[in-house]
Design a protein around this ligand. Structure first.
Ligand code: HEM
Length: 299
């Protein structure tokens, strides 16, 4: 089978039951496998909440390695909307022509670098540095900082033999704490400084809230991008005709990117905590238990 072909491990369960069950550190998860249920539950934030104990909606749960709430991701409406409005203008900067030009330059440089070598290990030598370098643009901080992040490896919370490595997570938290302290002492035009100067509900963002946004930016934007880029390269390596089609019809690149992300589902699932006894797929789930929304159900 092609390396870029993903067999669906839940095909039969999806058809027969619609939900799967997994244990995760003694806090079991009911996995919603059908698109209809995923969409319905994602909209019903009152019954399927994000604003639970920090780390609990993530699978595997991060409650043992994190106390800081990730913002806006682990917050429910209406507060979610307030945080979202605050960060959105900054996260939309990549749409500006000047930003796009700088990002294109960075990507061209890494492609040129790769082309000078006989072979490239795509994850560590291409996708990881690409993601880290691009993050310097998003945070508006010096390019050289990317070297530190590359040294952390592909996942900020995982190491070779530990899927949830607390000591590794501490490296990220200490790093962010230090960057926030520097931005307090010496404010600039970087994301840390912008957040520290921002107001939410008529008051300044707290240090803990700023930390919550930054942890999410580092953690959420890392392995997702690395997975998406790596899988896309694997796909085009095995389907040169698709690459040719994109070269001939550049206007379909946007749609093709959406399709690649749908197919590879770089973030496989995300949890919610159930606030009241309810049913999913005619299956009872109890208040304070966990469900997960399997994004790959869109396949
Ligand atoms: C292909 C790459 C990516 C994928 C597949 C992806 C996937 C997702 C998904 C599925 C959610 C929703 C989670 C939920 O409903 O519980 C989410 C939320 C979020 N992601 Fe990403 N993500 C990607 C890249 C990034 C990047 C690069 C950043 C920033 C550096 C980022 C920042 C966020 C933030 C801030 C949220 C929370 C949004 C909110 O609560 O309103 N993501 N992402």
């Amino acid at each position: 089978m092609d390396k870029s072909a993903f067999p669906d491990p839940f095909e039969q369960t999806r058809l027969e039951k619609g939900y799967g069950e997994m244990n995760d550190q003694d806090d079991p998860v009911t996995m919603l496998l059908r698109l209809k249920d995923v969409r319905k539950s994602a909209h019903n934030w009152k019954t399927f909440q994000s604003g639970a104990t920090p780390g609990r909606i993530v699978v595997p749960s991060e409650v043992n390695i994190r106390e800081t709430r990730q913002i806006p991701f682990e917050v429910d409406p209406p507060m979610h909307g307030n945080y979202r409005a605050l960060v959105e203008p900054w996260f939309k900067r990549p749409l500006e022509p000047d930003y796009e030009e700088k990002l294109t330059e960075q990507i061209n440089a890494i492609i040129d670098e790769a082309l000078t070598q006989d072979s490239v290990e795509v994850v560590s030598e291409f996708s990881l540095p690409l993601q880290s370098r691009a993050l310097t643009l998003l945070l508006n901080i010096p390019y050289s900082e990317a070297e530190t992040w590359v040294s952390w490896g592909t996942h900020v919370f995982r190491s070779e033999d530990d899927p949830l490595d607390g000591s590794k997570a501490a490296i990220l938290y200490d790093y962010i704490d230090e960057q926030i302290t520097q931005a307090i002492e010496n404010p600039g035009e970087d994301l840390y400084s912008v957040l520290l100067a921002s107001e939410i509900e008529g008051r300044k963002m707290t240090r803990e809230e700023v930390k919550g946004v930054m942890i999410l930016t580092f953690a959420g934007g890392r392995d997702t991008v690395i997975n998406a880029v790596t899988n896309s390269i694997a796909y085009f390596a095995e389907h040169p005709e698709s690459l040719k089609k994109l070269q001939d019809e550049p206007e379909i690149i946007g749609k093709a990117t959406e399709e690649l992300i749908r197919y590879f589902a770089p973030l496989t699932q995300m949890g919610r905590v159930v606030t009241e006894d309810t049913q999913v797929c005619e299956y009872a789930v109890k208040a304070d238990s966990r469900v997960s929304l399997c994004w790959a159900s869109a396949n």
